[in-house]
Structure formats: C-alpha cells, structure tokens
Design a binder for this molecule. Structure first.
Ligand SMILES: Nc1ncnc2c1ncn2[C@@H]1O[C@H](COP(=O)(O)OP(=O)(O)OP(=O)(O)O)[C@@H](O)[C@H]1O
Ligand SMILES: [Mg+2]
Length: 246
C-alpha cells in the first residue's frame, strides 16, 4: 500500500501543517490522496456533542476529503490533552490497535496514497506500552520526520531517526518546519548541515512560517502552492512510491 507516515521530534512541531501541505499538493497533482490521524487527544465537542479532532478536520479540508470519512480518518478521539494511552485510560476508553490498522486498510482501499499523521513523537504511547513506533512498524510506511529549525533540534532529530532505524523502520527524510529565511543565521544553517551529516538523510524541504496558516482555525489556504515551492514534492512522491531518495 502506498503512503507516508509523518512523525516529528515532539508534539506541536508541525506534523499537521506538513501532512496537510503534502496532501494538498498531491491533490493538486490529481492524486486521490487520503489522510489519517489514527488517534488524537485534546478533542472538542461539536454541535452534536461528538468529539472532534482539529487535526483531522484540518487534514480533511486540506486534502478535500468528505467529512463522511471522519471515523476512518480519525478512529480515536479523546478529550484530555494527554498522550493517547493516558487520555484513554482516564476516560475509560480502550484503544484497540487492530481497529486503527483496519481503518488504515479501509482508507487504503478508498485512496492511494494515504498520508498518516503520527501522534506526538516516535515514542508516544498509544495504548499501554504500544507506541507510535509500533504502529509505524505495522503500517510499514516510509517515514518523514518534521523538525524544528532552532536550538536543540540536532539532538532531537538524530535521536528520532536513530531510534526508528533501531526498530527497522524506513526513515526516508526530514522536513524542517517554521523556517524563517530572513532570520536564518549560523545556528539554523549549521543545524541543517549537522542533521544531514549525522543522519545521512535528505532534508526534503524547509517549510516557512506562514501566519495565515492555522490548524486550530482550520486555515488551509495556499498549502498546496507552499508545498510545491518549499518542499521537494517530486522526491516526496518517490518516497511514497517506495523509492529511496538520496
Ligand atoms: N509553518 C507554519 N506556519 C504557521 N503556523 C504553523 C506552522 N507550522 C505549525 N504552525 C502552527 O503551530 C501549531 C502546531 O502545529 P501543528 O498542529 O501542525 O503541530 P503538530 O506536530 O501536528 O502537533 P500535535 O502533536 O498536537 O499533533 C499549530 O497551531 C499550527 O497552526
Ligand atoms: Mg497535529
């Protein structure tokens, strides 16, 4: 099954923005792209009283997906803004990992490719001791790591890549999010160089900070064009099709 798994060095790094941007660009390229956020926490109640994940809403809007697919796109949505394993436990909810995998498989029947946004970072617990890395292993998708441009990012990014490799995962590349070209100095430039050297992975783009984009406000305008301009969409397309990118 063709697809991509987008993780990050931490929570709030830009997984949703980058997943949405890639999905929007693929849609513009006439791909029948699907999106997934397997588990979300910090959900809010909609007018009908159903819990809704703003990440899933943003991704579906960016990819042009009908809201009727919500249950497959986001099978688990929890109210507490905690890691899913803990948010589920205190909500009295059982997270059935096989259900998440079945939802991914169903989405893969409807769309090709399916771009999956992770939860937190690579070792966030989804249910008991089952982590995001375990799900990545079962979905067997190539993985892109979203990283910050600023201080501390070398350590977080290299650790994420090396841990993924230690688990036999296909770590395919890195995207730096929140890049401010006008402010980029020795810190940001040397961070990128060290990350490339230490991981041996390509940086598949430096996505700018764009104030008009907002996950909580569902502002997706211009994402496809930004992805085409600032991400290496041809290389990302090759990753999705299972080709190694240098
Ligand atoms: N390039 C960007 N330009 C403008 N705002 C951004 C950008 N990247 C991220 N943001 C904003 O920063 C916040 C965090 O981004 P995002 O929700 O994509 O992170 P995340 O890694 O998906 O977080 P989570 O772990 O909660 O899923 C959001 O409010 C989003 O709108
Ligand atoms: Mg997110």
């Amino acid at each position: 099954m063709a697809g991509l798994f987008i993780t990050a060095t931490d929570t709030e790094i830009g997984k949703t923005v980058i997943t949405g941007a890639i999905a929007a660009a693929l849609r513009e390229r006439s791909c029948d792209v699907g999106v997934m956020k397997p588990a979300a926490s910090g959900g809010v109640a909609d007018r009908m009283g159903n819990l809704v994940a703003e990440d899933a809403v943003f991704l579906m809007k960016a990819a042009g997906i009908d809201l009727g697919e919500s249950r497959l796109v986001n099978p688990v949505c929890l109210a507490p803004a905690l890691t899913p394993a803990v948010a589920a436990a205190i909500s009295g909810v059982t997270i059935n990992i096989q259900d998440l995998i079945a939802s991914f498989q169903q989405l893969s029947q409807l769309h090709n490719p399916v771009i999956v946004e992770g939860v937190g970072g690579i070792l966030a617990p989804l249910w008991k001791h089952y982590t995001v890395a375990d799900l990545m292993f079962e979905l067997a998708l190539p993985i892109i790591v979203v990283a910050r441009p600023n201080l501390g990012t070398i350590n977080h990014t290299v650790l994420t890549v090396e841990y993924g490799r230690s688990r036999g995962l296909h770590m395919a590349g890195i995207i730096i999010n929140g890049w401010k070209q006008e402010d980029a100095g020795v810190l940001e430039i040397s961070n990128e160089e060290y990350i490339k050297e230490m991981t041996g992975l390509p940086v598949l783009g430096k996505f700018p900070y764009v104030p008009e984009i907002s996950v909580p406000e569902g502002k997706t305008a211009g994402l496809a064009q930004l992805a085409e301009e600032y991400l290496q969409m041809d290389a990302i397309f090759n990753v999705i099709r299972g080709r190694r990118v240098q």
